[in-house]
Design a protein around this ligand. Structure first.
Ligand SMILES: [Zn+2]
Length: 485
């Protein structure tokens, strides 16, 4: 894969042994300096723009959109043709809403026209080729500036700082990284630049979790950073063993998967700290973060131009209404994404947050809508969203994790990873609870397993499906159930 020569790429490619050596020196230098000048400027800019008025935000968005549209029109044959067809010229662009005169694009557009969408040659320096998987199995490839990470990371850090995170504090990470055993046989690696302790999310047996928690307890004040499912894995372990979390964990930062309210509650109870989440995607068009006071997502207005569109393509303006997240990015100067339909959906809350005062669009719900992984298909073809499967009773009391496997409509295997050996009666109780929640629409069989299947990036899906049309059905019908808050 093509990757540009940059500080981040260089660090990622460095052998672990060398990183350890370099790391011991780097550990003495404040993180904000190691992360570079661009990162520091971005972070200061985000903090400043967080307090901008509506007018100031509109001015900035207009200038950014104008820059993107001019580049798209002048430098790419794809946008030149589609702007002409729409009767749109960037010189006529007067206010942000004018962008609605342009057509939306989606993953298929980028897949089919990538070369015609490049504003500069992807062969030049400073360009990365990015490949995103997604649980639907449909991959997307596109080019993006190698310098994006310093921008994106500043936004993430600015969000985490709302709940007390500081760059000096280490993070303990349970996400998609491949982590080999160290000399003590522990799957742990320390990255001194980002002050991150990585553990393997692909190895989460009882013994593994015990060792991770024991190690975490030794690293001093820190933040846990993981997938929602990995935070739940730890929380369930603590619950089953009737233990508290290591007292040095100051907060839980979780992104990249759906956040279910009952999972948030479970983790906050087990860890005794705030659970903080955000929404983002590899295309780098929209980033939205919770604030100090609420669990609603505040869309960063300087990251990209955000639209929430209903099924007819009209803006969603009524609180409570669900729409698709459509973004025009400010970061990618190689391949402009203009009005890109993300396939993710969110519920509109309003404009501006009363609690924190930020004049940002506010949305809620499981905005990380990888619906294909969250839907079961009944015999009659109807799709059953697992958000309706939310469990508040004792059905999964002695279960560490579960996952459905479906290869035929109307039938599914419920794979469970038990916390301890379960009796026939306990298994029957789980089966009864699951069947009841699926309204008898799915004939469920239970199978006890040693491990749950994860994606290449270590995300744990709730449904593994072999139904070809489940993906499409999920996208078409999975939305309303996402209003789960
Ligand atoms: Zn707020």
């Amino acid at each position: 894969m093509k990757t540009a020569f940059s500080r981040k790429n260089l660090w990622e490619k460095m052998p672990d042994s060398l990183k350890r050596g370099v790391g011991s020196v780097l550990g003495a230098i404040p993180s904000q300096y190691l992360l570079g000048g661009q990162f520091r400027r971005n972070l200061a800019f985000i903090h400043e723009s967080d307090r901008w008025s509506d007018d100031r935000i509109r001015d900035h968005q207009f200038q950014q959109l104008q820059r993107v549209l001019i580049s798209a029109y002048q430098n790419t044959s794809y946008y030149h043709a589609t702007f002409d067809s729409a009767g749109f010229h960037p010189n006529d662009f007067r206010e942000p809403e004018d962008i609605r005169r342009l057509p939306t694009i989606d993953k298929n557009t980028v897949q089919g026209h990538l070369n015609e969408m490049c504003a500069v040659s992807p062969d030049r320096g400073g360009v990365d080729l990015v490949s995103t998987g997604g649980s639907s199995g449909q991959t997307l490839q596109f080019y993006i500036d190698a310098g994006r990470s310093a921008i994106e990371y500043a936004y993430l850090v600015a969000g985490w700082m709302r709940v007390g995170y500081r760059l000096e504090l280490p993070q303990v990470i349970l996400r998609g990284a491949i982590v080999n055993e160290n000399r003590q046989g522990l799957r742990h690696f320390y990255d001194a630049v980002l002050r991150r302790h990585y553990y393997s999310n692909f190895h989460t047996s009882e013994e593994d979790i015990r060792r991770y928690l024991d190690h975490i307890a030794t690293v001093g004040p820190c933040y846990f950073h993981g997938y929602p499912s990995s935070a739940v894995r730890l929380a369930r372990f603590l619950e089953v063993h009737n233990e508290g979390a290591p007292a040095n964990i100051r907060g839980v930062l979780c992104g990249s998967e759906n956040v279910y309210p009952e999972d948030r509650a479970l983790v906050e109870k087990a860890f005794g700290v705030r659970y903080y989440s955000w929404y983002g995607h590899s295309e780098k068009l929209v980033l939205a973060s919770e604030c100090e006071h609420t669990n609603d997502y505040h869309v960063h207005p300087t990251y990209g131009y955000f639209e929430l569109l209903d099924e007819c393509g009209d803006p969603v303006t009524e609180p409570g209404q669900v729409g698709e997240i459509v973004g025009t990015g400010f970061i990618n100067t190689i391949v402009p994404f203009v009005r890109y339909r993300t396939g993710d959906h969110a519920t509109y809350v309003g404009h501006g947050c009363k609690a924190c005062g930020r004049r940002h669009p506010i949305v809620s719900g499981s905005v990380e809508g990888r619906f294909s992984s969250e839907v079961l298909v009944a015999t009659d073809g109807s799709s059953i969203s697992l958000t309706t499967f939310n469990v508040h009773d004792d059905t999964f009391e002695n279960v560490v994790g579960y996952q459905f496997f479906q290869s035929a409509p109307g039938r599914a295997e419920l794979r469970i990873l038990p916390a301890r050996s379960l009796s026939e009666g306990e298994l029957a109780h789980i089966l009864e609870g699951a069947t009841r929640r699926l309204q008898g629409q799915i004939d469920v069989k239970i199978r006890v397993v040693d491990e749950l299947q994860k994606t290449k990036r270590g995300k744990q899906l709730r449904v593994i499906t072999e139904l070809a049309d489940a993906v499409e059905k999920g996208l078409e019908t999975g939305r309303p159930e996402l209003q789960n808050r």
